[in-house]
Design a protein around this ligand. Structure first.
Ligand code: OAD
Length: 247
């Protein structure tokens, strides 16, 4: 993989960096993506599993699906792509990581400031009182219950739901002030997250996409680096580190 001279200059010099990640960054940790070649939505129907109507209709089925995914997440470990982003954060004074992922792998890799736009799969939220608890999958029965008696649901954002309060606003602000914006491992079709690279470009950032395939975003960015996040991000980190003066 070659890094263009332009990108080399941006990665070395950008004072403000914002990164948007999607399911593709966790693919190399063994967590399946939703779209793309082997995406989950090829064989499963999001309308039966990922919205509140589906949950009200068949909470057992929805819990079965989330427990299955929690098991995959629990066994997964961060990969070199996650690690490179955590280390990149340490080399930049203004760095924001925005993720659509619910797997918590960025924090486990050491990223400190992470905006989780779609929540976290290990959280539970009571459908009645709204109280949040952490992984009550221990909770007995096919549908775990809150202390108030209400059914618990996974603490993720489903289709048609609002994002966590303030999360998108913070992400949009960071995108608008970024000098360099990286869109990593996302098919860039789910809004409002998919608008962030466009917000950044509109405000003058150099926008780079990292993905093994071209996406709907490709024609709107400055560069698409075709390849895996776990290979490209460590190379960008090395470039950034090479620009840090040694004492
Ligand atoms: P998608 O599954 O839509 O897209 C994943 C992207 O990652 C695809 O474009 C793949 O080509 C790419 N990819 C695969 N392997 C990769 C690798 N090793 N390195 C880099 N990229 C790779 O995932 P998202 O865009 O995150 O929403 O999906 C957005 C939202 O749709 C998700 O947050 C979820 C889903 O329905 C909710 O759960 C609300």
């Amino acid at each position: 993989m070659t890094i263009s001279l332009k990108l080399r200059a941006w990665i070395r010099e950008a004072r403000s960096l914002t990164v948007l990640t999607g399911a593709g960054i966790s693919a190399e940790s063994g967590i399946p993506t939703f779209r793309g070649k082997e995406g989950l939505w090829k064989t499963l129907r999001p309308e039966e599993l990922a919205n509140v109507e589906a949950f009200l209709k068949n909470p057992e089925l929805v819990w079965e699906w989330y427990r299955f995914r929690r098991e995959i997440v629990a066994k997964a470990v961060p990969n070199p792509g996650h690690a490179a982003l955590a280390q990149l954060e340490a080399c930049a004074s203004d760095f924001t990581l925005v993720t659509q992922n619910v797997d918590g792998l960025h924090r486990r890799a050491g990223s400190r400031h992470v905006i989780e736009l779609h929540g976290n799969i290990l959280d539970d939220v009571c459908l009645h009182c709204g109280k949040k608890s952490t992984e009550a999958s221990g909770g007995a029965g096919p549908v775990p219950r809150c202390a108030c008696g209400g059914p618990l649901r996974p603490g993720v954002v489903w289709f048609g739901e609002a994002l966590p309060a303030g999360a998108f606003e913070k992400a949009a602000e960071a995108s608008a002030r970024a000098e360099l914006f990286l869109s990593v491992g996302t098919s860039a079709v789910v809004y409002p997250a998919a608008s962030l690279p466009l917000v950044a470009r509109e405000a003058g950032a150099y926008v780079v996409e990292i993905n093994p395939e071209r996406t709907e975003l490709s024609s709107a960015v400055d560069e698409t680096l075709i390849g895996k996040a776990g290979e490209i991000l460590p190379a960008l980190l090395a470039e950034r580190r090479a620009a840090i003066p040694t004492a």
